[in-house]
Design a binder for this molecule. Structure first.
Ligand code: NAP
Ligand code: MG
Length: 470
């Protein structure tokens, strides 16, 4: 795979300050596919300076002009869609079709939405005798994970650019080639030098330096709750704005009277897509105890339609997880589920292939709410089915984790589903299979995070207010 031996800073590829490197591994066959420099605090400092220098000019650029440049960026993402999908499949291991449709497709939609929003957003409002100006926060430090490597970058960069902020991005060490491709796209789109800067590197070195840098005004982080807590503390100590998109353990609540077969099929797909590596994956399926057995057989049948294997093979519907560490972690959870008394109905801890970090699509039945597999984020293709007694019991179980990111409710009618959704402690709920909306605010209740991404709410995260009184 093509790789740049440098950092994208101030509109050009500059040599890294240090000599450390990151090797990029294809998780499907464990082969090294490339390498990038591992940035140091020095690289981060240079990038933040470039972003600071570019800030006044970019903030003063008329929003419609910023929108046009985001539109140009979207056009490059469209033109290079195939290459992006191939790079993501090589780094992440997910099936190529999924990469094209979701990993490369969604960022095009997101960039498009912010191209329009930049031009139409009211960056000024009247409140009584005041005019309120909505001004860009300043320099953004963006830290992103590997599970939706381009989407998570664009979900931060596009609104930041629309708002008039400049950025430094530290992408996940597992997927730096996708980030480099994105930097190329920014360049090709003609976005002015220094507005977007990229420092590849590891979390504890480059990520930490970026979060702590005094030239950064807002830290926007997506990743694990453990690291998010640290970043929140660092930002808090410096009285810096912070946005955190963290983990989840979302509930798929199937109420009596719902279309059980459809609810189970959609629910299984939601967990198996991307090998279970979605922060909002519906990993807990809640079914009335009278329907539990029926749901279990439906789920077992549904996962059988997810053959794992070579991500470039069109028949493959599920690839490996990202690395050996995650594979071992997910296996550990499966073993723990069995130990704690859950009933394994599909999959299990055994490796389905000789090479690659594969986990067999796994389903547990008879899961109880206090079990580890019902409480902790597994981040693998593992579904837990939990029986409930009645609606109040279902609600208690649904709300009974430290997380609150996604969710779904299925019922005989929309009204019943909405009434239940109103009582859920979570940032998003899909009603009877409602589909993902790239404009709806995305973010967490409780320990799933602080702040919202996407659409107008996502844009507001990058703005601060100034009131003029008349
Ligand atoms: P992670 O460590 O939280 O990584 C997210 C990002 O933060 C990466 O860019 C990472 O860099 C960086 N980072 C790590 N330590 C940092 C620090 N001390 N200061 C600043 N930045 C830091 O997540 P992970 O290790 O890749 O995955 C572990 C678990 O996190 C998963 O099993 C899953 O449960 C959860 N996760 C959740 C999401 C989500 O969308 N909610 C996404 C990914 C992972 P490096 O890549 O160099 O480590
Ligand atoms: Mg990490």
């Amino acid at each position: 795979m093509k790789a740049h031996d440098g950092m994208y800073i101030g509109g050009e590829w500059r040599p890294a300050a240090g000599r450390e490197r990151i090797e990029v591994v294809n998780p499907a066959d464990e082969k090294i596919i490339g390498g990038v420099p591992a940035g140091t605090a020095e690289d981060v400092d240079e990038a933040v300076r470039a972003a600071r220098a570019a800030f006044p000019g970019w903030a003063a650029t008329p929003p419609a002009e910023r929108g046009a440049l985001i539109g140009a960026l979207r056009d490059v993402l469209i033109a290079r869609k195939r290459e992006i999908a191939e790079t993501i499949t090589a780094e992440l291991g997910c099936p190529l079709g999924f990469s094209e449709m979701i990993h490369a497709g969604a960022p095009i939609g997101v960039a498009s939405s912010f191209a329009e929003l930049a031009a139409s957003y009211a960056f000024e409002e009247r409140i009584g005798n005041s005019t309120v100006l909505l001004e860009p926060v300043g320099v953004v430090g963006a830290i992103t994970p590997w599970n939706y490597p381009l989407h998570q970058i664009v979900a931060k960069v596009a609104p930041a650019l629309a708002a008039g902020c400049t950025l430094v991005l530290k992408p996940a060490e597992e997927t730096p080639l996708t980030a480099q491709l994105f930097a190329e796209a920014v360049h090709e789109a003609g976005i002015p030098a220094g507005v977007f800067n990229l420092v590849t590197g590891t979390g504890p070195v480059a990520g930490q330096a970026l979060a702590a840098h005094e030239g950064v005004d807002l830290v926007s982080f997506t990743g694990s709750t453990a690291v998010g807590k640290q970043i929140g503390a660092t930002a808090g100590a410096a009285v810096k704005r912070v946005a955190l998109e963290l983990g989840g353990k979302s509930a798929n609540v199937i109420l009596p009277g719902a279309d059980l077969a459809k609810a189970v099929e959609v629910g299984v797909g939601h967990v198996m897509n991307n090998s279970g590596q979605s922060c909002n994956a519906l990993t807990r399926m809640l079914v009335h105890r009278d329907q539990h057995e029926e749901a279990v057989s439906l789920a077992a049948a549904a996962v059988a339609a997810y053959p794992s294997g070579d991500p470039l093979d069109a028949a493959t519907r599920i690839g490996p997880v990202i690395n050996a560490k995650q594979r071992d972690r997910v296996r550990g959870y499966i073993v723990k589920g069995v130990e704690e008394g859950a009933r394994l109905v599909a999959g299990g801890p055994d490796a389905p292939h000789e090479r690659g970090y594969f986990i067999a699509p796994t389903v547990f039945a008879d899961v109880t709410p206090e079990m580890t597999i019902a409480q902790e984020e597994i981040f693998g293709p593992v579904l837990s089915i939990l029986p409930y007694e009645d609606e109040d019991d279902a609600l208690r179980i649904a709300n009974g984790t430290v997380y609150g990111l996604g969710g779904a409710v299925w019922a005989a009618d929309q009204e019943t589903a909405v009434a239940f959704a109103r009582r859920m402690d979570t940032g998003q709920v899909d009603i009877n299979g409602g589909r993902f909306n790239l404009l709806a605010p995305f973010g967490g209740y409780k320990q799933s995070g602080v702040g919202r991404e996407l659409g107008p709410h996502g844009l507001a995260e990058y703005l601060q207010t100034k009131s003029l009184q008349f």
